[in-house]
Ligand binder design. Structure first.
Ligand code: PAF
Length: 283
């Protein structure tokens, strides 16, 4: 069932709760692919009812980013959801989410601001305010849908860690279920932004998973020094790649590592054909 208003979702969820049913939420920005499908399938397997939200959230895009050209494919998204057994596809307009006039600066809207320590690094360093927008919209979605479980992909690992922190710090009664990265056979992590890449760009984009896999192999062979592990990446990088960051951080609190261990995630962001791609691997 495709639903556009907060009122309609609330009404339906209230009915389900009355019947004692559990509700899973899969928050998305649409342009659904096999990565999203894996979250949806997990929710359907775990919960009595599943809501998928499809909302290109304007407040998590920074000036100059791809808000206008972000792929919007609601018809196909709805079909994927219906075929998968989703109960509600919630696709609100920006006006429905943020009100008349949609004045969305934080002078006019109550924001949920995650801690600076978590947002001043990795993607948050170049995407200033991005995670404020993410936490604000996810908090709103939690309030609207009141899910028992919410499903997020590990591809956006910094987002996942920040959302877990938000749920913990604000005592939000939802359990976050992390879901593994889904990759093409080539190793490329699925992302809605892969649509911006040419065929050649997709080949060049394999550099992210190649770097990460090689680091993991070196780590498994006994190299633990982060400087040495970082240096192994440079032979993969050529003029078609613009590296934004390659960092080793703690998987729970994002603290920087000098010596890699079993709690380490290696994070990478790199541009190919000016498309910003991210990936990560757990050591
Ligand atoms: O990961 C995403 O697609 C978005 O950041 C999310 C969680 C749906 C919030 O808009």
């Amino acid at each position: 069932m495709l639903v556009h208003t907060i009122e309609e979702v609330r009404k339906q969820v209230k009915e389900w709760k009355k019947q004692g049913l559990t509700v899973g939420l899969v928050p998305t920005m649409g342009a659904l692919h096999a990565g999203h499908k894996s979250l949806i399938d997990k929710s359907i397997a775990k919960c009595d009812k599943t809501v998928v939200s499809v909302f290109v959230n304007p407040i998590q895009f920074c000036p100059g980013e791809d808000l206008d050209k972000y792929p919007r494919t609601l018809e196909a998204d709805e079909k994927l959801c219906t075929d998968s057994g989703v109960d509600i596809v919630f696709a609100p307009s920006p006006k429905e989410m943020y009100g008349e006039g949609t004045i969305m600066s934080n002078d006019f809207l109550t924001y949920v601001i995650p801690p600076f320590f978590y947002t001043n690094k990795l993607c948050g360093k170049s995407r200033v305010g991005h995670f404020d927008g993410v936490c604000t919209v996810v908090n709103k979605l939690f309030n609207i849908v009141q899910p028992d479980f919410a499903f997020f992909g590990e591809k956006d690992r910094q987002q996942l860690i920040i959302l877990k922190k938000m749920v913990h710090d604000l005592n939000i009664p939802v359990e976050i279920i992390p879901c593994p990265i889904v990759r093409e056979e080539s190793g490329l992590a699925l992302s809605s932004r892969n649509k911006y890449l040419s065929e050649n760009g997709k080949k060049e984009a394999l550099v992210l998973s190649k770097i990460l896999n090689n680091i993991k192999t070196c780590y498994n062979k006994g190299i633990k020094d982060v400087k040495a592990l970082t240096e192994t990446a440079y032979s993969f990088i050529n003029d078609n790649h613009s590296l934004e960051y390659l960092e080793f951080r703690d998987k729970d609190n994002l603290e920087e590592k000098e010596i890699a261990d079993g709690n380490t995630i290696v994070f990478i962001a790199l541009r190919v054909e000016n498309v910003r791609l991210i990936d990560n691997i757990e050591l």
